[in-house]
Design a protein around this ligand. Sequence first.
Ligand SMILES: Cc1ncc(COP(=O)(O)O)c(C=O)c1O
Length: 385
Amino acid sequence: MTTATASAPAKSAVIHAASGRIFNYSAGPGVLPDEVIRQAQEELWNCRGSGIGIMEHSHRAKTYDAILAEAIADCRKIGSIPSDYHVLFMTGGATSQNFLVPANILGQTETADYLTTGYWAERSFEHAQMYGNIHEAWDGRPHNHTFIPSDAEIKWSGKAVYAHICSNNTIYGTQWRNSDGSVRLPKVPNNAALVCDMCSDIFSRPFNVRDFGIVYAGAQKNVGIAGVSLVIVRDELLQREPRELPLMLQYRVMAKDESRHNTPPVFPIYMSGLVFKWILKQGGLAALHKTNVEKAKLVYDVLDSSKFYQGHARPDSRSLMNITFRTPSEELDAKFIVEAFQHGMDQLKGHRVTGGMRASLYNAMPRAGAEALASFMREFERRNG
Ligand SMILES: Cc1ncc(COP(=O)(O)O)c(C=O)c1O
């Protein structure tokens, strides 16, 4: 490691000599695999030997036809996505899915159940209100969103067309999980479709697509960069036509036109394609999950052996992706963030609604990044505890 010079963007941070980069714990846009960035660098200039850079390619050209087809095929392979599910690339961020989901599948007099387990789940709940009867089956606000409810704590309406959850709460650092980190889902009654905002943990662990009617995720955490959202939707739900919608807002149209109703975000989709190939190369979701469990354990072990740090999440609901914690005071939190940066670790400041610290350990965060953080945390506690 060498110290950054004045010309480097991170003036006082420790830059890792081999890569010229520092550990990035950002909650999103988040860290990408090194080899993905390297390949994109090359193909910005000349994509797949076409003599045209990826950002300059027509979305109707053969090069892009292949890129899109491979991205969809690789995505299907990673998630074992059956043929009666569509894989769509859409714009407008995951935030637009907050209204696209109810607009596409909920009639004005029908009911949907929402489980508000965090900040983004609250936003989904609010956005859905204008499209039908929205029943809040769980409200985590009085508990400061420290945990995920058990089945006994959820109050279903009993008449929902669908139930909406957020599998990983990026800001509070909680996740729908079993003790081994595998996916836990609520028992939704009456065969209501389960709709899941999977923004911050998609493709970080195995999941069964058949458990869901719709899965959506902005790409910028585990599956690419900002500008595109992945939407996986069961075909049967596209048959629902609860209201007139502009063509651009219809899942049906996106599915029919294979995500090319208009000019799609070619470069973000290309980036997702590269990330999908990287995921397959790592051994797929089971292999990534194993590493993610190990990485998160390194940091949670520090919390568990400390009287200095306090984690936000209840241990049974701890996220493997976003670890939220604080020191005994806001002054020490601020000192932690400054000193961590000087040790080559950036973007550790917690979200404004929670304060404290947040370390995001997405798929592309190397194990060395989790080790460096855990070791810095112990050392900081020794000096300040
Ligand atoms: C769980 C979750 N849902 C939704 C969003 C909003 O995503 P976007 O900014 O792509 O609209 C985020 C962003 O961080 C998120 O973490």
